[in-house]
Design a protein around this ligand. Structure first.
Ligand code: ADP
Length: 677
């Protein structure tokens, strides 16, 4: 049934003098609508035949054809079905032709009446696929090209109508009689009809439809231009991101490009977290706005707009920021603005910085707020943000998010590298220290034990010396292994802190009694502890704190000598922390070593020339413990031979209502166990 020959071709064959013209789809739409409007306007009409390429083109016009069918004697509509277009006889005749029919490439409209006849017989010109751009569907659709005949010439119109009626017959043979009647009527129209209907309404409508098509096209091109602008901007920022891993550089580019593209009064980009109370502005684009915010503290917690963005996790804007209260863009949320004043001045932020419309777009990554893009408009007219503008800012914010995450990942990698380097150093130190610290005492122990076993006649005094040396070196090895295990446990983060409210005095007492049992009184310097009785309780883990004291006291004794003095002091450092000092009058520390002493395996004389014993791990362990307990530890010294002071802070226990917060002797130690040293 499918007819491969084109109606246009048949018409040109019937009338070889006709010259087809080129039409864009927008013009064809305007022409068709203007022709249909002649029928709708009441010009007498005996026959209307419309052939749509596909059902979807017809569907947009179905309602119009219902109205046309009320005004014309016979109406035929042809289309290739896509879903439910079928051949039927209703208010008018529908003819569903097969998609392979040449009609599927054509666009026809024929209107014939006693005072008006016109036809539009066209065929679509195929455009190569490469030039059809899917990114601009409206514009390309309107620019589709057709070639064909548009004429009021009655003879041509009637021939065209006859050709179309002939196309209908094979699809709807049951309409044979009706079609024959239409053909007979056509003959009459051709002979007796005249085109004397007033052409002015037609011309007017045609112009109106052409204008509408033009406007549609303009809109499409505008949106393409906006899209292109957006893509160019996003590209330039993406390029900046690719070129640099430095967020500062990316912010500089983004704030400038975005500000310029939107010709905005002020654009700000900054990093922030949900909980930040304020930020200091470091990246700003200033257009017509008065007053730069660079270097200024910019309140966040007090800004209801910021809070709204944090809550919604999406962009929010207020079109009229000078109004009080603020009505947000969806006109449902109203925010009180009284809290947003600039510090001591009563003047509000919006007045001070002449903000008229205020947009905040969050920079997010996996639901985490990383930063903010802010846009302010000013200049007397309220700004309505368009979808294109908002889409652009959203796209930039998304790119900035990617950049920040990328930079973060890079920084983490750097960190990881540093950690690996440190680990490598530790490994080398470990090899050196095990080589020396373990091998030396092991050889001593071996020699002593061998001598003891091979020389049974050894005098008892010498035997005692041998045994003592072996025991001392065994103890040194045990200490090293113990410290090493403690440090690796602390560094791995596997320590479970048992925090409780404790009096500092209790920990000091335990550490002092431990050192006094471990060392001979005569070898120790004078130790005094001055812990005020009204000191608040600590929130800490007693066992680990005693470990810190033991290590600091061991060092102080080691580097001070029996003639020196050691003092333990403590005072409240603000309302939240206690500060404890272990000071000695010993050999002191060089100013440039005050931080290094906390490094693993650091010993002033070097691990391999050590004379004082020790592992070089004690202070590293202390720092891990104090940091883990929420405090800070540092060393001070006036220099060589001028004594050292080790200070550390620890959190004060928060008292429950009615509870006394000071150091009362409980008479019973709350610390269940002193860590074995
Ligand atoms: P060590 O087991 O060698 O004492 P530490 O980590 O405890 O290891 O101390 C590291 C180094 O810090 C010591 O070797 C010493 O050089 C220096 N140091 C620690 N405490 C003192 C102190 N009270 N006075 C002088 N120097 C000290």
């Amino acid at each position: 049934m499918s007819n491969p020959t084109s109606v246009l071709e048949d018409l040109l064959q019937a009338l070889p003098d006709l010259r087809p013209q080129l039409y864009f789809k927008s013009s064809l739409t305007a022409l068709s609508h203007a022709m249909e409007d002649q029928v709708l306007a009441g010009v007498d009409c005996s026959l209307v035949i419309a052939s749509f390429q596909r059902e979807r083109f017809y569907r947009q016009e179905a309602h119009r054809y219902l109205r046309i069918s009320e005004r014309a004697e016979q109406v035929y509509v042809l289309a290739a079905p896509e879903t439910d277009f079928t051949s039927r006889s209703d208010q008018y005749e529908t003819i569903a032709f097969v998609p392979t029919d040449a009609l599927a490439q054509e666009w026809h409209l024929v209107v014939v009446g006693p005072r008006y006849a016109a036809c539009l017989i066209c065929r679509e010109k195929q455009v190569p696929v490469a030039t059809a751009d899917a990114t601009m569907p409206v514009a390309t659709d309107q620019a589709r090209r057709f070639e064909g005949i548009w004429t009021f010439d009655r003879q041509t119109v009637c021939i065209a109508a006859n050709l179309l009626l002939d196309r209908i017959l094979p699809y709807r043979p049951e309409l044979g009689a009706k079609l024959a009647q239409a053909k007979a009527q056509l003959q009459i129209e051709q002979q007796t009809g005249s085109n004397d209907a007033d052409p002015e309404p037609f011309a007017e409508r045609l112009v109106t439809y052409l204008q509408a098509g033009q406007y549609k096209l303009l809109k499409a091109y505008r949106s393409i231009a906006a899209k292109e602008r957006k893509e160019r901007l996003v590209n330039s920022i993406t390029t900046a991101i690719r070129r640099s891993l430095d967020p500062e550089e990316i912010f500089t580019v983004a704030v400038r490009e975005l500000g310029q593209a939107l010709r905005i009064c002020r654009c700000l980009i900054y990093r922030c977290k949900e909980t930040d109370t304020h930020v200091v502005i470091q990246h700003e684009y200033l257009g017509a706005a008065s007053g730069s915010l660079l270097g200024q503290r910019w309140a966040l917690q007090d800004n209801p707009l910021f809070q709204e963005v944090v809550q919604r996790k999406e962009r929010v804007y207020v079109a009229d920021a000078q109004a009080n209260p603020w009505v947000l863009e969806d006109e449902r949320v109203v925010l009180p603005t009284r809290s947003i004043a600039t510090g001591s001045q009563s003047e509000s932020v919006v007045q001070r910085w002449t903000i008229e419309s205020w947009l905040m777009v969050p920079v997010m990554h996996q639901n985490r707020l990383l930063g903010m893009v802010e846009l302010h408009t000013c200049g007397g007219t309220l700004h309505e943000w368009t979808d294109a503008e908002l889409g652009l800012v959203d796209a930039i914010a998304a790119q900035i998010g990617v950049a920040l995450i990328q930079a973060e990942a890079y920084a983490n990698l750097e960190d990881l590298n540093q950690q690996l380097e440190a680990l490598d150093l530790t490994r080398s130190n470990l090899i050196a220290i095990t080589g020396h610290e373990l091998r030396t005492p092991l050889s001593t122990i071996q020699i002593c034990l061998e001598s003891l076993s091979t020389e049974p006649d050894m005098p008892p005094e010498l035997r005692q010396v041998m045994l003592q040396s072996a025991l001392t070196d065994t103890e040194r090895m045990r200490k090293l292994v113990q410290d090493f295990l403690t440090l690796s446990q602390l560094e791995s983060g596997r320590v479970q802190w048992h925090l409780e409210a404790l009096p500092l005095q209790e920990c000091v007492d335990l550490a002092l009694s431990s050192i006094r049992t471990r060392q001979r009184q005569s070898d120790l310097p004078e130790i005094t502890a001055q812990v005020p009785p009204d000191l608040p309780l600590l929130k800490t883990d007693g066992e680990w704190l005693v470990e810190v004291f033991s290590k600091l006291l061991d060092n102080a004794c080691k580097f001070t000598g029996p003639q020196g003095r050691i003092m333990i002091q403590a005072h409240a450092n603000g309302r939240q922390m206690l500060e404890v000092t272990v000071a000695d009058t010993g050999r002191g520390i060089e100013p440039n070593r005050l931080e290094t002493v906390f490094d693993r395996f650091y010993q002033e004389e070097g691990a391999l020339r050590r004379t004082t014993g020790g592992t070089g791990l004690g202070l590293a362990i202390c720092r891990q413990i104090i940091t883990g307990l929420g405090g800070r530890i540092w060393a001070e010294s006036a220099g060589k031979d001028r004594g050292s002071q080790f200070h550390f802070t620890l959190p004060i226990a928060r008292s429950e209502p009615g509870e006394k917060r000071t150091q009362t002797k409980t008479g019973r130690s709350k610390i269940s166990r002193v860590r074995s040293n």
